[in-house]
Design a protein around this ligand. Sequence first.
Ligand code: NAG
Ligand code: NAG
Ligand code: NAG
Ligand code: NAG
Ligand code: NAG
Ligand code: NAG
Ligand code: NAG
Length: 662
Amino acid sequence: MEQVLYRVLSVLFTLCSELDGSHFRGGIISWRPFNNTASGTSIQIQIHQRYFWNRQYFNPYLCSETDVINKTPIPVYDSLKCVKNCTSSNYPSAGLSTSMTTTDCDTNLMILSWAGERYDNFSILLTTSITIGYNSTAWLVMPQIYKGGGIWSIVNRLNLALRPDNYINSSPVTNTLPVVFYQRGVLVTHVVQMADNDATDYLVCRWSNSNSATNYNQFDECGSVCSGLPPGTTLTGANCTLSFTLPNANQYYGCALQIEDFFSSTYTIPMSSVPIQFLFYGYNPSAGACATAPSIIGDRPDRACIGVPIGVQLTETVEIQTYCPGQTIVDLVTSSPIGMTHSGISNPSPNLWTMILTWTPTAIQSGPQSFCAGAIDNSSLQSAPWCITYLVDYESPNLIVPKVVQGSASPIGTVFSNQSLFSIQATSAVGRPSRNGTNVCFHLDTTNASVLCYDAGYSPNVIYTGYTIVIVTTLTWTPGQSYYVTMDSGFASGSVFCHAESAPITDKTFWRFDIWNPARSSTTTTTTTPPTTHTVTSLGTTTTSINTACTTSGIVVTSTNASTTTTTVTTTPPTTAGPTTAGPTTTGVTTESTIPVFYPADFENACKQPVAIMSAIMMIAFMPIQTLAMYAAFTKFSNTFKPSNTAAKTRHQQRMKNILRR
Ligand SMILES: *[C@@H]1O[C@H](CO)[C@@H](O)[C@H](O)[C@H]1NC(C)=O
Ligand SMILES: *[C@@H]1O[C@H](CO)[C@@H](O)[C@H](O)[C@H]1NC(C)=O
Ligand SMILES: *[C@@H]1O[C@H](CO)[C@@H](O)[C@H](O)[C@H]1NC(C)=O
Ligand SMILES: *[C@@H]1O[C@H](CO)[C@@H](O)[C@H](O)[C@H]1NC(C)=O
Ligand SMILES: *[C@@H]1O[C@H](CO)[C@@H](O)[C@H](O)[C@H]1NC(C)=O
Ligand SMILES: *[C@@H]1O[C@H](CO)[C@@H](O)[C@H](O)[C@H]1NC(C)=O
Ligand SMILES: *[C@@H]1O[C@H](CO)[C@@H](O)[C@H](O)[C@H]1NC(C)=O
């Protein structure tokens, strides 16, 4: 009943707002230079505007997903003007158009939003130090909104003065859903996403303020939605976290903030000021509502950052989990980059709902582009917002699929139960993820139970060095068992901007290893001195040996098997019992392989952390054993992966070059 009532109210409100001409629902303005190195007297910059409008205002034209696909312009022909200190700049006096390209259209009764964004490029004088702004009428009317009803004003500071590091600044970037739902009377914590291309900048958000005599932008920053949240609301600027309780249901609350970047935390004057204005909506859950709001799950966690190339189609699946029978996802509110299309919502299995996003980033979208989504069920429960930043024209580091012949992870194959050093390589230089909760886990193959996890966000057991990640474990593995390793999105993070993240690894076959079971060994050898060569006997076919001179810097493995007989590999580790591994049938391949190692430069880097000293020493101690164990497994694996011999050779030569160079 209540649900019906407030739907009717919403429709009434919508009708009212049409009459009032109230169509503004918030927005964001940011900018960046194309090249942050100054030369000459002017520079090419890009200004980004995103606005949310009331869908019903444009009646009888009502937007739909077709407008997203067709990139329809939203017919609001005002201008973003220079409003302060304009003589310092050649900013166009007519301003920039406010007609946005459609990116999202929301038909949910409580949202009814038509949103779009726009990029403008132009050349501007380096003396520019201006405030740009867009003001008009009107915001949502009261009592539909807690506080509002009058003019809107949204402003940004565009200052091209050189930063203390002599570069030209880029403003912070952010994104939000147009309307965020929270239950009335419940204390909520809401985090506004903020990021900056100048990775070392110190970002702080503050309330927008209408006092043009005292505020940084010297212009009304928020019109009628200044102090639009209820009394008692707190804002923690350094992480842009709001904490509040919405007093009334079926009412909107305007939120207007400025996100500012400082050269460092000791500076007091910001370098730019990015506005973000959006709405909260208070609701009373209906009688049959589920106790738990839906949540957006899926491979990528909230606030992940993913590098994507230009011109390559990207498909991302938003997965939504529901928790009660009958809890139905009726809408996914989104805020998307231009050109990203949204599928309908499907329900592939009970309690799981999906929407597929498809997007081919274009050259003009180079740089950070963000996407936010929030799922709404049929009792108006909205999931927490889920926002992803795509870093266009940048490739995320990705973990290289371990294959013995490629040598990107070690160890694989059969190892001792005291194996405690694990390493894997990525396709580019990596660093620690910027979020906690990014785990690397070791799982028992038989039960899939995770036996050991480290949070790469802070764990000292995970060491990042160059292209390599080293994991130091503290577990005695169970002999005879097989294990595999999984890694969350971002386990390997890039070293630029928002630390673009590696794709998650959940595949059991990606990186696995077996623990040698001494009880099953058929050959036991004890030697007191390490052998200088290790012999691999391929029964009935060939015998090849390892050049031990290379074992601390990568070993060369050559195996030529002309027949298809069963191969037994026997290795003799120093001073211990040697494992005997029965390999599968071999085929006629010749392969050459290298095994990844800690390079001297890696040692130097790693040794800056105390734990690495231990690991480096252990690495030296373990290397021969590990190498042998890997070698034992090699013959077995080389049959599984049949790489092109030439490719392997090239890689080996490349690696040897790298080693020599270090
Ligand atoms: C940026 O501008 C500087 C100075 O004109 C130039 O040397 C540099 O190559 C430019 N960088 C890029 C990426 O275009
Ligand atoms: C804006 O600049 C980018 C990069 O220089 C260029 O690819 C794009 O075509 C420009 N767009 C417009 C509208 O001028
Ligand atoms: C106005 O512009 C001039 C020239 O760029 C600059 O020196 C001055 O600081 C600016 N004033 C304000 C209030 O931003
Ligand atoms: C917008 O700002 C200008 C000053 O730049 C002011 O003259 C105008 O009245 C404002 N418009 C509204 C609707 O407040
Ligand atoms: C934001 O910072 C405050 C103060 O340091 C802290 O109490 C709060 O937990 C932080 N919130 C989030 C979401 O990190
Ligand atoms: C949500 O939809 C389901 C399926 O149509 C229905 O069984 C359930 O009662 C609805 N819940 C509410 C609160 O409307
Ligand atoms: C690990 O186990 C092997 C075989 O049992 C043994 O030779 C080696 O000394 C052990 N290493 C350590 C550090 O305990």
